[in-house]
Write a protein that binds this ligand. Structure first.
Ligand SMILES: [Fe+2]
Ligand SMILES: [Fe+2]
Length: 266
């Protein structure tokens, strides 16, 4: 199964610039590359901070940009989003019975869980009792199937100064629930930090983030106020199959410098 992850698109109404970057231009380049190169994708997910300021016009722009994608698209909310404006633009998008934008998708390679960690007025992630109840039910009904989790806020300490106080405020509840799942957790796929990151939790759960195609941080773990920068439009390919989950970063617009030799055999 081929899943394309885009994260932290931070769209604003057409022509706007955020931290020195035009997010619409970046996302349009990403989508054009996916359409050209990944017609076999089974799913595209954008893991939150879809829009920078939550304007209805920005969500309508997002709806327009993703329209050429041939496969299903699952969208997550991040701290920059606004749930009512999102739901106005995407009224048919899957959500749970409480109205949170979270859902499950069963595949031949286990259950995908899309979690909603957005809370209006809070930069960090919130995942309270009602959402935890949904998570527990979704894990229980997965039975022995492994799960792969998609969420905006990393549900652990990312170890980056800037995110020290704006990470997930759940006291480790999500990780504890996931670690108890009998079918195991293939991976936690997240966004929010605008820095490529991969690791393994103390519970043994593997995780990794995508990079934002919009503004991104110059990686500095200690700084509380690091600089933003720009870069090539980017996304990730997530292959979920009998090998487990493998994630590959893609940059749009890379310039070839030399052709690699053909390597045959062992
Ligand atoms: Fe973001
Ligand atoms: Fe965020």
């Amino acid at each position: 199964m081929k899943i394309i992850q885009i994260t932290d698109t931070h769209l604003v109404p057409s022509g706007g610039v955020v931290n020195g970057v035009d997010p619409e231009r970046q996302l349009r380049a990403v989508v054009a590359d996916i359409v050209a190169r990944h017609g076999d994708a089974d799913l595209v997910t954008i893991t939150g901070d879809l829009c920078n300021d939550g304007e209805p016009e920005a969500y309508r722009l997002l709806s327009d940009i993703v329209r050429p994608l041939a496969c299903p698209v699952r969208l997550l909310l991040g701290n920059h989003d606004r749930r009512p404006a999102f739901l106005d633009a995407f009224p048919d998008h899957p959500r749970d019975a409480s109205g949170y934008v979270q859902s499950v998708l069963d595949t031949p390679h286990g259950r995908l869980l899309f979690l909603d960690s957005h809370e209006a007025g809070t930069i960090g992630g919130i995942y309270g009792a009602d959402r935890l109840c949904w998570l527990e039910e979704s894990l229980a009904s997965a039975g022995p199937e492994p799960v792969t989790v998609f969420i905006h806020h990393p549900p652990f300490d990312a170890g980056i100064g800037h995110f020290e106080r704006i990470g997930m405020h759940d006291g480790g509840a999500i990780l504890r629930r996931l670690a108890a799942h009998a079918g195991g957790v293939r991976h936690i796929v997240f966004g929010h930090i605008h820095v490529p990151m991969a690791g393994t939790s103390a519970e043994g759960i593997a995780y990794s983030s995508g990079q934002s195609p919009a503004h991104r941080f110059i990686t500095d773990l200690a700084l509380r106020d690091p600089w933003w920068t720009s870069g090539n439009p980017c996304y990730r390919i997530l292959m979920l199959d009998g090998q487990g989950l493998r994630a590959y970063g893609v940059e749009v617009g890379q310039v070839p410098t030399a052709r690699a030799p053909v390597c045959d055999g062992p």
